[in-house]
Design a protein around this ligand. Structure first.
Ligand SMILES: [Ca+2]
Ligand SMILES: [Ca+2]
Ligand SMILES: [Ca+2]
Ligand SMILES: [Ca+2]
Length: 245
């Protein structure tokens, strides 16, 4: 196993104090599982309403331990869920990214895995059922195993279907990995984009963030690189399709 700092971690939840004109202060929440659970290493997390009750829930990854879904009880508390296929495996989970990728009204989930591990792993796509349950999607991503750290969804070609970008830092012997861009075909399948800088830069990529920073209605992508000991931290901005990859 790659040298991996084992730490004890728990969440911190801050609640904004509402005022007529907006929030001005935050209060630290100190009670409940969500801020007191511990694992060797918590990694990625994401908010999403997995049971369609109008309140945001929280999915939290752990590295080589079970993941956890905290369902919002609408009263300031959360109920912990760690049963089901999205929670019980022990892959090297690093990042969670949420989207309704099949436009059925229910949030799904991509869990990036393999980063910080000596063994390449496959990212896992989960279909949400709108009731807080998730099952492994039968949709093949058709990409090789890798050392995946993070994922981010965005409809980069504005066809109405969320597409997926996954970062790969490479193994400990390499100078980096090849990131994956998967186009959502809208028919239940994804196709891997193989051309362009966005998928051919060899860097130790960890994080990715889509945003339309120039207001041209095309999503742009920020990739955060720099993880391996021999690589300095750098940031790569990849432009949206209209600018050419
Ligand atoms: Ca909810
Ligand atoms: Ca869905
Ligand atoms: Ca799309
Ligand atoms: Ca843009």
């Amino acid at each position: 196993m790659k040298a991996h700092q084992t730490i004890t971690a728990c969440g911190v939840l801050l609640i904004a104090m509402a005022h007529a004109q907006g929030q001005t202060t935050f209060t630290k929440i100190t009670t409940g599982d969500i801020v007191n659970d511990q694992a060797s290493t918590f990694t990625g997390s994401a908010w999403g309403d997995f049971n369609n009750d109008g309140y945001l829930d929280v999915f939290v990854c752990t590295w080589e331990q079970t993941n956890i879904l905290y369902l919002n009880q609408k009263d300031g508390t959360f109920t912990k869920v760690f049963q089901g296929p999205a929670f019980q495996d022990a892959d090297a989970h690093l990042g969670a990214a949420i989207a309704d990728f099949n436009n059925d009204g229910n949030l799904g989930l991509l869990v990036a895995a393999g980063g910080a591990s000596d063994v390449a792993e496959n990212p896992v796509l989960y279909q949400g059922h709108g009731d807080g349950t998730l099952t492994r999607s039968k949709v093949p991503l058709s990409i090789p195993a890798g050392f995946f750290w993070a994922a981010a969804w965005a409809d980069y070609d504005n066809d109405g279907f969320a597409d997926l970008f996954i970062t790969d830092e490479g193994d400990s012997q390499s100078s980096g990995g090849k990131n994956m861009l998967l186009h959502n075909e809208g028919n239940g399948s994804f196709s891997r984009v193989s051309s362009g800088t966005i998928v051919n830069d060899i860097t130790a990529s960890r994080c990715a963030l889509w945003a339309d920073y120039d207001n041209d209605r095309l999503m742009d992508l920020l990739v955060i690189n720099g993880a391996l000991e021999t690589i300095s931290s750098i940031t790569t901005m990849v432009m949206a399709p209209s600018h050419g990859y």
